[in-house]
Write a protein that binds this ligand. Structure first.
Ligand code: NAD
Length: 368
């Protein structure tokens, strides 16, 4: 934790003239201080790959409630580069072997796990046991049972856990949540959503190895479409039926390429979704009783766009990751659950597990 230049209540009391007016103002500031953190919390990023270097570290240059205090990496050259670039002191740099020593580091309040999916559980649990609050990237874990273990471990350690669900802090997606959940155009009757990109990267990358990724485009991209349907309706799905297609079986030897699904929700809306490593999709189309709204692109880092009954949605783009991390830092300061806690990651992984079961059985599968 490091102090910011923001005037704290203590500074005010020490420097203010102690007349009756100052005391009144002092008590007004005291209630402000209860809502807003006046210290920046320290975040340590674990895993300095594409997402940490391309998105999270740059976003941490725009955060108000937290800052990039430390890093965990297995590559000494990266440690040196990051240390210089972001002014990270040597004592706040860890590797995967000495990671648990982070317990003794007062500069680090939050550990952010940005590793291949198979490593999320281990590092989330180790971070919580080291006394740190945790943000874990999506998809939360290899399966729902691992998510349950992670939630339990953070509860046992009395630490907060949040998932890197940046879109819950993004204005277009927030507008869709409002329109759908508040039934501004009546009940939502139909949703169609897809997320994917054409994967032409390294054939040896962890994303293509089932043991490290847990699966392919469904785990990586499909979770956005699944949660998009859930937060449009504000309901939890009860069953799913899925099919898949593989046009490049040599490349996607171990993991899924394209999956199509239909979700059954208690309110009866017709909900279809798809994920792919072979199609460039990013959309969320919603029909309600008295109107329709849509996002396209819906799920990227920037440049999102939307319409309401065919007219522009007119909401701004933001730095999603900065908003997401600032919100979690605020939750830590106020000791309150994030709007995207571990339980939210678990809900998506229960759907993912049921989709894989449906691919095996060829039938509708309950989401349990
Ligand atoms: P990446 O491959 O670019 O980086 C992975 C990092 O993990 C690398 O620094 C690598 O050195 C390290 N690592 C440690 N042990 C490893 C091992 N055994 N095998 C492979 N790498 C190992 O991946 P990424 O794109 O940065 O993704 C990391 C996590 O972030 C994933 O969970 C991914 O789903 C998530 N992610 C989230 C978003 C988002 O928008 N929220 C976007 C991209 C990635």
């Amino acid at each position: 934790m490091k102090p910011t230049i923001k005037t704290s209540r203590r500074d005010f009391i020490l420097t203010g003239s102690l007349g009756a007016g100052a005391l009144l103002l002092g008590s007004a500031l005291s209630s402000l201080a209860a809502q807003e953190p006046d210290k920046k919390l320290g975040i340590a990023l674990v895993g300095l790959g594409g997402y940490s270097s391309g998105q999270l570290a740059p976003a941490l240059q725009h955060t108000k409630n937290c800052y990039l205090a430390g890093i965990v990496t297995g590559t000494p050259a990266k440690a040196e580069d990051w240390s210089k670039k972001y002014n990270i002191p040597q004592k706040n740099i860890y590797n995967y072997k000495n990671f648990d020593e982070i317990a003794n580091n007062k500069d680090i309040d939050i550990v952010y796990v940005v590793l291949p999916v198979a490593m999320h559980k281990e590092y989330t649990i180790r971070a919580a046991r080291a006394g740190k609050h945790v943000i874990c990237e999506k998809p939360m874990a290899l399966n729902a049972n691992d998510c349950r273990e992670m939630i339990a471990a953070c509860k046992d350690a009395n630490k907060l856990l949040s998932i890197g669900y940046r879109l819950h802090f993004e204005p277009h997606n927030q507008e869709v949540m409002r329109l759908g959940q508040k039934q501004i155009f009546g009940k939502v009757t139909k949703i169609d959503t897809g997320n994917g990109f054409t994967y032409n990267g390294d054939p040896n990358a962890w994303r293509l190895k089932k043991a490290l990724s847990g699966g392919g485009a469904l785990m990586d991209m499909g979770v956005y479409s699944i949660q998009g349907s859930r937060y449009t309706l504000g309901q939890e799905p009860i069953a799913v039926k899925a099919t898949q297609e593989k046009t490049r079986p040599d490349f996607f030897k171990e993991v899924d390429e394209t999956i199509f699904w239909e979700l059954k929700f208690p309110g009866g809306a017709k909900v279809t979704g798809k994920s792919s490593y072979n199609n460039d999709w990013s959309y969320l189309h919603v029909e309600a009783e008295k109107g329709k709204f849509a996002l396209e692109p819906a799920f990227g880092y920037s440049g999102l766009d939307g319409t309401i009954n065919g007219k522009p949605m007119n909401v701004p783009n933001n730095i999603q990751q900065a908003a997401q991390m600032d919100d979690f830092a605020n939750c830590v300061t106020l000791n309150k659950q994030s709007r995207v806690p571990g339980e939210e990651g678990l809900k998506d992984m229960k759907v993912v597990d049921a989709i894989y079961r449906s691919l095996d059985s060829g039938k509708w599968e309950e989401i349990v």
